[in-house]
Design a protein around this ligand. Structure first.
Ligand SMILES: NC(=O)C1=CN([C@@H]2O[C@H](COP(=O)(O)OP(=O)(O)OC[C@H]3O[C@@H](n4cnc5c(N)ncnc54)[C@H](OP(=O)(O)O)[C@@H]3O)[C@@H](O)[C@H]2O)C=CC1
Ligand SMILES: C[C@H]1O[C@H](OP(=O)(O)OP(=O)(O)OC[C@H]2O[C@@H](n3cnc4c(=O)[nH]c(N)nc43)[C@H](O)[C@@H]2O)[C@@H](O)[C@@H](O)C1=O
Length: 325
């Protein structure tokens, strides 16, 4: 089968045809739902969406049939097995196998069935545990990974390499964006398996409602993390679909880092919990520092807009209206 074509650099503009059929894989998740909101705001009218129960992306023949029948012009891959430090550390087989399956099926079928351009999403955990800070794109594969998420990272690195290989061999327009830690509406607020920001928002909220005196926070509080609101990420995705068609992956960060202790104090304040923090040092800290160098994206012309405080206020409002019992 021939595949899409042949024309990695000169495909027509993403933004110029608002009736183009665009497959957003994972449209009910944190990232996929933000991309849907963004594309709808931009006026796109032909979004192709399938829930996990309608199309299991780990099933190769189902994915192949789906692309053969639907023939989307663009594909954005925001479906993945995702979780925080505890989930990554507890289910290594799921994190490597499911992610390799989903991304291999989607990338290969998209190529075979004429998708003009595909965007793959990785994560800042692809970089070595002790990468130089801020982390430039070329730090990839220069040192050992952080053990709590190496299985997920290996799958994501394979996704980047698959996009590059299809571009090199087939001249196919597949690009990769590497977001930093994200948060916002439709996040996963599971008490153990989620990322730190939604986990703390839920824990502080429940403590406030129940009149608890203390909230437990994992680790030492010293690790540094960079957070980006998912609406900024969705804006960057639309930007990259329009402006970027090249081999190298692109970091997408806010450029601002906070310690987990500072984050916990900020979430506590936004939620309005007035008790104390207790640190559970039996839980892993993970990577000590993870700030990406997003200057490549800035030089292309994109910058984030939403501050952490504003994003937290917005996310807590959404949480109270949509999640809490
Ligand atoms: N959240 C973050 O902080 C970061 C996320 N990213 C990346 O962004 C992307 C999206 O993450 P995020 O939105 O947070 O994750 P979510 O868990 O919120 O969403 C993932 C989506 O993928 C779908 N999905 C999972 N497995 C399958 C499957 N077998 N078949 C079909 N659909 C499936 C899920 O559906 P269902 O829920 O029904 O299973 C869900 O809609 C991922 O690639 C992730 O690596 C990168 C950096 C940071
Ligand atoms: C996006 C990224 O997400 C994961 O990496 P991570 O950045 O380490 O993610 P995290 O949000 O789970 O933790 C950040 C820090 O916060 C501390 N922490 C405190 N209290 C809670 C807490 O209650 N829950 C969680 N999850 N962490 C907590 C926690 O101990 C750690 O020091 C990767 O596995 C990988 O999947 C990936 O790509």
């Amino acid at each position: 089968m021939g595949g899409a074509a042949d024309n990695a650099s000169s495909g027509s503009s993403f933004l110029s045809d608002k009736s183009a059929k665009i497959f957003i894989a994972g449209h009910r998740g944190l990232v996929g739902s933000a991309i849907v909101r963004k594309l709808q705001q931009l006026g796109f009218t032909n979004l192709l969406l399938r829930s996990h129960s309608e199309l299991d992306l780990t099933r190769q023949s189902d994915v192949e049939s789906f692309f053969a029948n639907e023939k989307p012009r663009f594909a954005i891959l925001a479906a993945a097995k995702v979780g925080g430090i505890h989930a990554n550390n507890t289910y290594p087989a799921d994190f490597i196998a499911i992610n390799l399956q989903i991304q291999t099926n989607v990338i290969d079928s998209a190529y075979r069935h004429g998708v003009q351009k595909l965007l793959f999403l990785g994560s800042s955990c692809i970089y070595p545990k002790f990468a130089p800070q801020p982390i430039p794109e070329d730090a990839l594969l220069t040192g050992p990974l952080e053990p709590t998420n190496e299985w997920y990272a290996v799958a994501k690195i394979a996704g980047i390499k698959m996009c590059q290989a299809y571009r090199i061999q087939h001249n196919w327009n597949a690009i990769s964006g590497m977001p930093t830690n994200l948060y916002g509406p439709n996040d996963n607020f599971h008490p153990e398996n989620s990322h730190v920001l939604p986990a703390l928002m839920r824990r502080f909220h429940e403590a406030k409602v129940n009149g608890a005196k203390e909230v437990v926070v994992w680790g030492s509080g010293s690790p540094l993390r960079e957070f980006l609101h998912v609406d900024d990420l969705a804006d960057a995705v639309a930007f990259l679909m329009e402006e970027y068609s090249d081999l190298g992956h692109v970091n997408v960060g806010s450029g601002k880092e906070v310690s987990i202790k500072e984050l916990a104090e900020l979430v506590k304040e936004v939620v309005g919990f007035e008790g104390d923090l207790v640190w559970d040092k039996s839980k892993p800290d993970g990577t000590p520092r993870k700030l990406m160098d997003s200057s490549k994206l800035a030089e292309l012309g994109w910058n984030p807009r939403i501050s952490l405080r504003d994003g937290l206020v917005d996310t807590y409002k959404w949480y109270v209206q949509n999640v809490q019992q």
